[in-house]
Write a protein of this length. Structure first.
Length: 105
């Protein structure tokens, strides 16, 4: 009789261990599912934002449809004084040798 009780206790311990393993696996699956759900939600939000941006881009004015008056202001001055001649802004405000030492020879 004691053999049956010992066997029942051993079976109960094995069952408890299996239940713990199943519980751990279930917790892991819940965590993975939650993480995946968050990723899917983020992807959906990203897709919605992209669709909104595409919609805005479809309705922006095209350059060939934009009217520029003939009295448009002149272009801004060159940000780099030595490059102004290359871009058609007239004479440089700083001697070229200051920015390009090899030109001073």
């Amino acid at each position: 009789m004691s053999c049956t009780i010992e066997k029942a206790l051993a079976n109960a311990k094995a069952l408890v261990e299996r239940l713990r393993n199943h519980d751990d696996e279930a917790e892991s699956l819940i965590e993975q599912t939650t993480a995946l759900s968050k990723r899917v939600e983020t992807m959906k939000q990203y897709q919605e934002e992209i669709q909104e941006l595409n919609e805005v881009a479809r309705h922006r004015p095209r350059p060939d449809h934009t009217h520029v008056p003939s009295s448009a202001p002149p272009p801004p001055p060159s940000p780099h004084p030595c490059r102004c001649q290359a871009f058609g802004y007239g004479e440089p405000t700083v001697p070229a040798a200051q920015y390009h030492p090899d030109l001073s020879r």
